[in-house]
Structure formats: structure tokens, C-alpha cells
Design a protein around this ligand. Structure first.
Ligand code: GLC
Ligand code: CA
Length: 562
């Protein structure tokens, strides 16, 4: 056993994701910025994180808030300067915090110089940096759809050809078949690594290799287009090349956004012997509460399916790969609103979800604000929404005869803006995020939910997260131990052990709003004592009988069994 564990710093790290636009505004223009992040490094150090994942800060017309990059070497004016990036790296380093950055290279902005050139003429040297196709029967070359509504093709007047965009039409897909393009990307990666970044989060990386001849969705297509677009025939060749040319030369970490990746193929991306990436994010648990035919509609999710997802991925990774753990990010609703109860049991359920995040096997990622239990927002007017995905879906909805009134509940539930409201630093009028007018309205609940309050309150979600992080650092079993689910069919309780050699931890999580009893299996019952609780989101009370635990609404406990 012991010999099969391959220890790495990035397996032991806790990562904190920053969406700069919404994090902290230092100059009152309403937009978060790099100096604003520097101001909060002490706070992050106090929380106990090891690595920051910084979402895009590059030059961008912001059609998709920075995921449409017009210059990979430039910094968005609103965010600061290259000197600010250097200062951020330096200040973070002083606090033992590493920084990984977003690598967005499936597409660029249409305002990138490459595309400006590419669209000029069919024989322009940059033409082949993008994916162009003449019309077929006067129409788009195939029936592919964009992730952000409508066709994935845009006709460009200058040359009468279509270009491919799997995201907005201002995000043309790059053509990875072109050797020069790949070389330019690798050079750019070296540039940032030499500045001292500790690795990359790679945006929609499985999409970089397209299916040869770009075939239409087949007849009877099941509608799972992420899977259809992902993992094209050359993706592993490209990633191996990237690893050889760039990644392998530094002591860094990489995590790919594993869109469309199936468990059975994950180790092709992250297996130690694959020499590609270190981790991917999988989305198995991100759609359990969504209707397949309408991603903006909620459906009752099942805890059993939820457990099965994590189990399946941990098994698929085995000892060869390594997982990443996240429950939300800048693209999904707030985790407490989604998997917990953001009203009566907000504090309890946010702690419960945090317990899951830090005690499963894999590297945990905290999304900004989740450490204080920030919730979804419900703007009353569609004009208050900003996210291009939400707005495009709204346009389509209106075109099909829908109304704003009917769309608002969908936005409340699913909009990416739920996660993008400014971080709530204090209870002042703009939540301490800005002295000006924020680019996206602050959540009115900042009066009660904010960092200033959370840091002071020893029973806050924030201080519970700190304990979870410390616990994980103190006990290797929480990092490297194998997981075994107990009583999988239980629809209310998610319980599991983590085991590493002679060390064992038991985690019992009541995902139910009622008091719930949990029957312990014989072998564990003997070992479980109230005084073995390492952490709980309720005051610890001695349990009733040896083989039964009584759990309060959303109660979670971590027991040390050795
Ligand atoms: C990823 C990002 C998302 C972005 C998309 C296109 O999914 O997380 O925010 O819109 O890629 O770059
Ligand atoms: Ca600013």
C-alpha cells in the first residue's frame, strides 16, 4: 500500500478560486482588480489555502468576462498592469501561496490580432489559425450548436465563409491542427511560467481537437454535445506535446476543465504514465438536479446518485490518476443554495457541504465566497443580469414566445451570475466590495452574510472551513486514504470511511432537514465514541446507543477511528 502512494504537493494543497471582477475593487470603479486581490492576501492566508486559481485577467473585450482573450500577454486595463501581476505573485509568495492561472486556448477573442488577420482573406498567413468553412447548400457547414445558444457557426462577410465558435460568436475556436499556432501557445505558456506562476487551469481543454471533417450530430443524437465535441482524435497527442514542450520543464500543477470527459477515459488525461495533466474537473455531479431537455429547469436530485458519481470517479482514477473536488465555481449556482438550505439551515448546511469537500479523496477547490456561505441572488429584473449565457438563453426564450416573467425563475435558479455577485466583505452599502457602483449588483443579504462578521464569529462557516483545512493538513489519511461508502442506498445520509494503512476516519453527513438516525455497521460501531469526533457542525452530544447515531438537520461529523 504505502509504496503505491505517489505524494505530490498539489495533492495536499487546498485551492481557492478567484474571479477577479467580483473579488475586491481597490479604486472605486466598481470592478474588482489585481491590487484588490493583493489587499486580501492576508485574509486568504488566514483561511489557510495554499494555491490561488486566478480566473482570466488578460486583455479582453469581455464578451464572456475575460474568457475571450484579445492578448494573452496583456492585462485587462480595468484589472491593472503586468506590474500588478508581478506584485501579486511576489506578495503571494511571501505568504506561501502559489498562483495558477487560467489558460483559455480552445478559442480566442475575435478581437485578437490573429483573428483580425485571419478574417481578412483566405490566403492570409493567419487564416488557418481558426476553423473556416465555405457554406454548404448556402447554409452553415453542419448542425453544431454553441454552448451559449444558437448555431456554432458564424458567416463572415469579408470572405463569405463561416467560422466555428463553440461559445459566443466573439470566441472563435482556434485550429490546433496548425503547428505554428501550437508553438505560439507554448511560447506564451513559458512566458507566464517564467514569471513564476505555479501552473494552469485549462479552460475546456478536451475540446481542442475537433472531429475530422466536422460531421453533423448523427441521427437520433442524444443531445449530449459536450461529450460529442470532446476528446477528438488528436487531443492526447496535443497534450503530450504540450507536456513535453512546456509543462514537464517546471514544478507546477495543471487541472483541466474536463468537459465531456467520461470516467473510463480520465486516466488518458491524468494518469501518471500519460504525461499530460495532473487533474481534471469532472461534471458528473453538476447536472443531477437539471432536466436533460432544459438545463435551466430544476429537478429533484438524489443523494444516492450523488454518492455514485464520486465513487465512480474515484474508482476510475485509482492509484494512477488524481481527482479534483469542487461543488461550484463561477459557472454554477452557489453551493449552499444548490446542495444545502440557504435559509433556515444555511450555516449548518454550508458546513456540511464543506465537510464533504475536504474529506473526500482529491484536491479541494473553494470558490470565492463559499467559505462564508454566500447564496444565490434573485434579481427582480432581467436588466440586472450580465452573464452572456443567461442573456443568450433569455433572447432565445423570448424569440420562442416566452416572457421575462417566465424566465426570471430560471435565471434565479441557474444563472452563472449567482456565483458572480461581488464578494461580501462587510455590511456596508456595497458590501465593502467597492466605494463606487458595482458592475453587478451585490446580494442584499450582505447585511448578514459577510467576511467581517464571519472572521469574528468563532462558530462561523469561515472558521469551520479553517478547521477543516487544518484537519486535512494534520491527517494524511484525509488526503491519501481510500474511500469506502457505508450504506450507499441510504437516501438521507452520506457516510464513508477514509483509510490509510492503520489510520481510519469516519465521515457521517446528514443531508436531510430532519433529525435522522444512522445505523452503524458492527465493525465501526465498536470504534465510534463521542470523544473521537474530530469535527462537527453541531456541539457534540454523546450518542444514544453504540450502534446508532442521531443526527440533527444537516449535521456532519468526522470521527477519528484509530
Ligand atoms: C469555461 C469557463 C466559462 C467560459 C467557457 C468558455 O467553461 O469556465 O466561464 O464561459 O469556458 O471559455
Ligand atoms: Ca477596480
Amino acid at each position: 500500500m504505502a509504496t503505491s502512494i505517489n505524494k505530490q504537493w498539489w495533492k495536499e494543497s487546498v485551492i481557492y478560486q478567484i474571479y477577479p471582477r467580483s473579488f475586491n475593487d481597490s479604486n472605486g470603479d466598481g470592478v474588482g482588480d489585481l491590487p484588490g486581490i493583493i489587499e486580501k492576501l492576508d485574509y486568504l492566508q488566514h483561511l489557510g489555502i495554499d494555491v490561488i486559481w486566478l480566473c482570466p485577467f488578460y486583455s479582453s473585450p469581455n464578451d464572456d468576462n475575460g474568457y475571450d482573450i484579445s492578448n494573452y500577454y496583456g492585462v485587462l486595463d480595468e484589472f491593472g498592469t503586468i506590474e500588478d501581476v508581478e506584485k501579486l505573485l511576489e506578495e503571494a509568495k511571501k505568504r506561501n501561496i502559489k498562483i495558477i492561472i487560467d489558460l483559455v486556448v480552445n478559442h480566442s477573442s475575435d478581437e485578437h490580432q490573429w483573428f483580425v488577420e485571419s478574417r481578412k482573406s483566405k490566403d492570409n498567413p493567419y487564416r488557418d489559425y481558426y476553423i473556416w468553412h465555405p457554406p454548404v447548400d448556402g447554409k452553415a457547414p453542419n448542425n453544431w450548436v454553441s454552448f451559449f445558444s444558437g448555431s456554432a457557426w458564424q458567416l463572415d462577410e469579408a470572405t463569405g465563409e463561416y467560422y466555428l465558435h463553440l461559445f459566443t460568436k466573439k470566441q472563435p475556436d482556434l485550429n490546433w491542427e496548425n503547428d505554428n499556432l501550437r508553438k505560439e501557445i507554448y511560447d506564451m505558456m513559458h512566458f507566464w511560467l517564467q514569471k513564476g506562476v505555479a501552473g494552469f487551469r485549462m479552460d475546456v481543454i478536451p475540446l481542442i481537437s475537433k472531429k475530422p471533417n466536422l460531421p453533423s450530430f448523427p441521427a437520433g443524437f442524444d443531445g449530449n454535445f459536450p461529450e460529442f465535441y470532446a476528446s477528438g482524435p488528436r487531443v492526447h497527442e496535443f497534450l503530450k506535446e504540450m507536456n513535453r514542450e512546456v509543462l514537464s520543464k517546471y514544478d507546477i500543477m495543471t487541472v483541466g476543465e474536463g468537459i465531456g470527459v467520461k470516467p473510463e477515459e480520465v486516466n488518458a488525461y491524468v494518469g501518471q504514465s500519460s504525461n499530460e495533466l495532473n487533474m481534471v474537473f469532472h461534471f458528473g455531479h453538476m447536472f443531477l438536479d437539471r432536466q436533460t431537455d432544459d438545463m435551466l429547469e430544476w429537478k429533484q436530485w438524489s443523494l444516492v446518485e450523488f454518492k455514485e458519481v464520486f465513487e465512480k470517479w474515484e474508482k476510475a482514477l485509482g492509484n494512477e490518476g488524481w481527482g479534483s473536488l469542487f461543488l461550484g465555481n463561477h459557472d454554477f449556482p452557489r453551493i449552499v443554495s444548490r446542495f444545502g438550505d440557504d435559509e433556515t439551515y444555511r450555516v449548518e448546511s454550508a458546513k456540511l457541504i464543506g465537510t464533504l469537500l475536504f474529506t473526500l479523496k482529491g484536491t479541494p477547490y473553494i470558490y470565492q465566497g463559499d467559505e462564508i456561505g454566500m447564496t444565490n441572488v434573485a434579481y427582480e429584473n432581467m436588466d440586472d443580469y450580465n452573464d452572456v449565457q443567461t442573456l443568450n438563453a433569455f433572447k432565445e426564450f423570448l424569440a420562442n414566445g416566452g416572457s421575462a416573467e417566465a424566465f426570471l425563475p430560471k435565471a434565479h435558479l441557474s444563472s452563472r451570475d449567482n456565483a458572480r455577485t461581488p464578494v461580501q466583505w462587510d455590511n456596508s452599502s456595497q458590501a465593502g466590495f467597492t466605494t463606487g457602483t458595482p458592475w453587478l449588483k451585490v446580494n442584499p443579504n450582505h447585511k448578514e452574510i459577510n467576511v467581517a462578521e464571519a472572521v469574528e464569529d468563532e462558530n462561523s462557516i469561515f472558521n469551520y472551513y479553517r478547521k477543516l483545512i487544518q484537519l486535512r493538513k494534520r491527517h494524511e489519511v484525509l488526503v491519501y486514504g481510500e474511500t469506502e461508502i457505508i450504506d450507499k442506498p441510504n437516501t438521507k445520509i452520506y457516510a464513508y470511511t477514509r483509510t490509510l494503512e492503520d489510520k481510519q476516519v469516519l465521515v457521517v453527513l446528514n443531508f436531510n432537514v430532519e433529525n435522522t438516525e444512522f445505523q452503524l455497521p458492527q465493525n465501526l460501531a465498536a470504534k465510534v465514541e463521542a470523544d473521537k469526533v474530530m469535527l462537527s457542525n453541531y456541539p457534540v452530544v454523546p450518542h444514544t446507543g453504540k450502534d446508532k447515531l442521531s443526527l440533527k438537520p444537516y449535521e456532519g461529523r468526522v470521527y477519528l477511528l484509530f
